[in-house]
Design a protein around this ligand. Structure first.
Ligand code: F3S
Length: 417
């Protein structure tokens, strides 16, 4: 792989241990992917901060970097942790886990990372420009910034994004190359009136399964849809398949029309999305068919925005979460502060909703089977397609999947109907 003279000196250690380590990773990744060169990167979102995802190897690696004085050249935002520090004990997490989580996030902060601790950093000020070269970890966010903002990133692993932040470089391959960003699969969206994040999750999960054929192009989506729809679409699609990018004709900056979305070529395959396909997705994601029992209700994957929390408050105000049911709504810390000021947090807490920040259920040690069972939790009720896809495999639990109204009804009655 071609390296500039400066990059060679970085690899030789002229700029210190952290940059050298980062360059070793970038060159290794670049050679594995047969990249011809490195390119400057200006925007990084880091993962690997959760003690569950980093495990021992990541914990030791990142701590060692920080202890040796490594500093990020690009100030990165950071992804979720394994728990909410303010609710740590009530979440059933131990003091030892808290200490390890603190040391890990402290290591990233000492290197210069921003403690955003969210999977939706693009809602908190890290909004990449059209065409900006990024190195992002977190599948839902990657699909969002490529597809809706027109930024350029691959689906990075935590260590690769960290190396990009240390060096300001990333290998030139994949979604950094214009020819890999054009569409291959045409999805005719025949179902009209799609609007809610539940609608978005169903559609995203459907088309994500075609990612093996290349980038999907969605044609026929109503124009009035808001940002929340696209966030959920990206989250669901990137879980159903290896989706880093999709096009929505008229929305994606690189897809002003169908012809441009396909780069002038013909689609490899064409499929349609209507009532039948939506029903199939809903049936597939409802795995808790043997029970109507409700133990745990979860919303916030990807993390809830202000408007989502407002909608939840409207739906649950004056009602009460049933005894024995736990209700989590996850969001970013600044959003929780905003709803506190607006009086919405009080409404949610009065109804029995725990507004949890900084973490994600599948990355908490709480997600482990034994811990769940000890707490008497066996099934999850959620409106998140991504969690439905991940929870059975990662947490060994079944899912009841429905829209906001159905999830709130389950929470207050203790029954799934
Ligand atoms: Fe965020 Fe966890 Fe979902 S990181 S996108 S809440 S799986």
């Amino acid at each position: 792989m071609y390296l500039t003279d400066e990059e060679k000196r970085m690899l030789d250690g002229e700029q210190g241990y952290g940059v050298q380590k980062g360059m070793q990773l970038m060159v290794g990744l670049g050679e594995a992917m047969e990249a011809e060169k490195l390119i400057p990167v200006t925007n990084v979102h880091l993962g690997g901060l959760s003690i569950r995802s980093s495990e021992d190897a990541g914990y030791l690696f990142y701590k060692d970097l920080a202890d040796r004085g490594a500093k990020f050249k690009i100030t990165p935002t950071t992804n979720v942790l394994s728990g909410d520090f303010e609710l740590w004990t009530s979440m059933g997490l131990s003091a030892a886990e808290r200490q390890r989580q603190y040391e890990l996030i402290d290591a990233f902060a000492r290197m210069g990372a921003l403690r955003t601790q969210t999977c939706t950093p693009y809602l908190l000020g890290n909004v990449p420009r059209f065409g900006e070269t990024c190195s992002w970890m977190e599948t839902s966010a990657i699909a969002f910034i490529n597809s809706i903002l027109g930024a350029h990133t691959n689906r990075e692993a935590g260590a690769a994004a960290c190396a990009a932040a240390l060096t300001g470089r990333t290998p030139y391959f994949g979604y950094h190359m214009p020819e890999n960003r054009i569409g291959s699969v045409l999805v005719h969206v025949e179902k009209k009136g799609l609007n809610s994040i539940y609608d978005a999750g169903n559609l995203g999960f459907y088309f994500g399964r075609f990612s093996g054929y290349g980038n999907v192009v969605l044609d026929g989506i109503d124009e009035h849809i808001d940002n929340r729809f696209y966030v959920q679409l990206a989250g669901a699609a990137s879980t159903a398949g290896d989706v880093a990018m999709f096009h929505i004709v008229g929305v994606t900056p690189e897809a002003p029309d169908l012809k441009t979305a396909f780069g002038g070529k013909k689609p490899v395959i064409e499929v349609s999305y209507g009532e039948k396909e939506e029903k199939e997705v809903i049936e597939y994601l409802n795995t808790a068919n043997d029970t109507d029992e409700v133990n745990w209700v979860y919303m916030g994957c990807p993390m809830l925005q202000y408007e989502d929390l407002m909608d939840l408050a409207k739906e649950i105000e004056g009602k009460q979460v049933a005894p024995g049911v736990e209700f989590w709504a996850t969001t970013a810390m600044p959003t929780k502060e905003l709803i506190r000021r607006q009086g919405i947090l009080q409404v949610l807490e009065d109804a029995g909703v725990n507004v949890v920040t900084d973490c994600c259920p599948i990355l908490t040690p709480l997600g482990q089977l034994e811990r769940m069972r000890n707490r008497g939790i066996h099934h999850v009720v959620t409106n998140s397609t991504k969690q439905c896809a991940l929870i059975p495999g990662m947490c060994f639990m079944d899912t009841h999947y429905g829209d906001l109204e159905k999830c709130v009804e389950a929470a207050v009655t203790g029954k799934w109907r």
